[in-house]
Design a protein around this ligand. Sequence first.
Ligand SMILES: NC(=O)c1ccc[n+]([C@@H]2O[C@H](COP(=O)([O-])OP(=O)(O)OC[C@H]3O[C@@H](n4cnc5c(N)ncnc54)[C@H](OP(=O)(O)O)[C@@H]3O)[C@@H](O)[C@H]2O)c1
Length: 342
Amino acid sequence: MTTLAARIGALAETSSLPDHGPIADGEARFAVEQFALTANNVTYAVHGEDFAYWRFFPAPEGHGIVPVWGFGRVIESRADGIDVGSRWFGYWPMGAQAVLRPVAISAHGFTDGAAHRAALPPIYNRYAPASSAWGIDAVQCLFRPLYATSFLIDALMATRPVDTLLLSSASSKTALGVAQLARGRNQVVGLTSAANRDFCLATGYYDQVFSYDEIGGVPGQTIAFIDFAGNGDVRLDVHSLLDGRLAESHVVGDTHWQQPNAAKLPGPAPQLFFAPTVGQNRIAEWGPAGYEARLNAAWTGFAATLGWLRVEHVHGADVVAAAWKGLVEGRIDPAVGIVASL
Ligand SMILES: NC(=O)c1ccc[n+]([C@@H]2O[C@H](COP(=O)([O-])OP(=O)(O)OC[C@H]3O[C@@H](n4cnc5c(N)ncnc54)[C@H](OP(=O)(O)O)[C@@H]3O)[C@@H](O)[C@H]2O)c1
């Protein structure tokens, strides 16, 4: 039984923390059964301080527990309405166990009412009963949160007066979801590493795919750049080489954390896209049921196209720590979805 904590300042390095001690009244202990590891988790760690991701699961000074998405099963409960054996989808520590304080319990789920999470975005604090509606468990771990972001980005882009969407880190799961939804409405162009170009083309989601050294060849008269990578050099090239045709620039991800972003960019100022805030606004606009119905319809269409995905299960502290290190160091096969357990 262990929890992995990343070293702040050297995120690829992890150490094992002991699990939580006895639980108190109102708390429940969960076995974290399985969770996904993708570049998104690296972004959580990179922004552990400034976006407060370290505050979900507090760790000793100098360390951060990386939040992950997946399934947990109740193994001990002192919380009314939370039964031993019940399974939940949500946000967990990268560990074998989690102790939560379930409140606002209903047929739709519960909220972790732990005091240290009270000021954090509510979307991360909510746990849903396990269900097969989103497909098999591994696919849910990998895509359920990322695809909600893809869907929200596409919904925003559908309202923008642009002819072309240009997506960096085009091979990432979140970018692929946007490309599949937007193709046909916009010209969808991917930017990726040379090694991932063929993969992106083979998915069939993109009209054209360019490598990071071919940015000058990107077509389109009014282009919206959606930056999933946050690589300062790529962002500067896009803004410089497409100046005059670049209509808007959105920042979604920040996994290329070793490269600082250029302070001053030509063209439109980049706007931060933060899915939890945009999601809450959409739920307010469409109502919870309207939001769910639109998201589920989009997901059903995308899920039918996932023939390219190879799920890889990794198990045990050493193996999961190695998978995390590979992710932080950018050694990622985009066709693989890592699903981990400790
Ligand atoms: N703002 C939000 O609310 C929000 C929500 C969800 C996701 N995101 C962001 O979207 C991005 C994609 O996440 P994902 O989980 O979908 O990714 P993923 O499927 O794990 O993405 C893998 C791809 O990302 C690129 N990449 C990732 N980390 C890298 C690194 N350290 N060095 C070099 N290349 C790296 C590579 O693509 P290329 O070769 O194509 O560059 C790689 O093939 C992340 O930055 C994530 O944080 C943001």
